[in-house]
Design a protein around this ligand. Structure first.
Ligand code: SF4
Ligand code: F3S
Length: 106
């Protein structure tokens, strides 16, 4: 499956959600995740993210391996999102910032 990684935190542009043919994006307060049990590896979402937060499970950036398990865990807890919405208000300021994992809200 594909995985949403750290750069999405506090940005949450949501361009990714509308292309998913199987509705596997789930939304939390400041981050989205992909349900690995639903993702069919269609690859459509990956180029939609304007800040490159989506990767195949086998190719997540070094140091971000924990996001594989986080997507699986949080997809079970958060509701599905299928319609694009406004990004987080200060998304521009948080693009590409390192070490955002401690800022993840559940
Ligand atoms: Fe959905 Fe396809 Fe992205 Fe998987 S790869 S989350 S099926 S759009
Ligand atoms: Fe996040 Fe990118 Fe989607 S910032 S909400 S993975 S478009």
């Amino acid at each position: 499956p594909f995985v949403v990684t750290e750069n999405c935190i506090k940005c949450k542009y949501t361009d990714c959600v509308e292309v998913c043919p199987v509705d596997c994006f789930h939304e939390g307060p400041n981050f989205l995740v992909i349900d690995p049990d639903e993702c069919i590896d269609c690859t459509l979402c990956e180029p939609e993210c304007p800040i490159n937060a989506i990767y195949p499970e086998d190719d997540v950036p070094a140091g971000q391996e924990a996001f594989v398990a986080l997507n699986a865990e949080l997809a079970k807890a958060w509701p599905v999102i299928t319609t694009r919405k406004d990004p987080m208000p200060d998304a521009k300021d948080w693009e590409g910032k390192p070490d955002k994992l401690p800022l993840l809200e559940r």
